[in-house]
Design a protein. Structure first.
Length: 153
């Protein structure tokens, strides 16, 4: 019985590792493709509209490259977790990451609940920073009241 379990675990390990390696290769190919398609702008004179479009396309390409690089790092971390036996366990709560989530996102380090909690915390912090920035901007706004009086906010 123990021998069969080891065999099944080894097969599962190999399937997971191959899946992660394939995903890694796909991301590397896309990243390489993005790098190769970046325009070379040496000495080309453009009008403002062309330059604006080129700048926008370059920014989008750079953002995609950063996302792909981050995905590669996550895949590498998942391979390390697979090798040390912690793959499939949430890095936050040590609970099991459901198979459906691992299939959809094989490099997921967190279970769905912990991921949602993390995203909620990040979103709340972002909103708090935005609100504080808005308050700071509005601190010096002078309001004109309908009667002609000036109110200070």
């Amino acid at each position: 019985m123990a021998r069969k379990r080891r065999s099944t675990n080894r097969e599962r390990y190999q399937v997971l590792k191959e899946m992660l390696r394939e995903r890694r290769h796909e991301v590397q190919v896309k990243l390489r493709s993005l790098r190769e398609t970046l325009p070379i702008k040496a000495g080309v004179v453009r009008d403002a509209e062309e330059q604006s479009v080129d700048d926008f396309v370059t920014e989008v390409d750079m953002a995609l490259m950063q996302m792909k690089s981050e995905t590669l790092a996550k895949i590498d971390q998942a391979i390390i977790r697979l090798e040390d036996g912690t793959y499939g366990l949430c890095q936050e709560c040590d609970g099991e990451i459901l198979a459906a989530r691992r299939t959809a996102l094989p490099f997921a380090p967190l279970c769905r609940e912990c991921q949602e909690e993390t995203e909620t915390t990040v979103r709340a912090a972002r909103e708090a920073r935005s609100f504080a920035r808005l308050q700071k901007e509005l601190a010096h706004v002078t309001l004109r009241l309908p009667t002609g009086r000036v109110g200070r906010r």
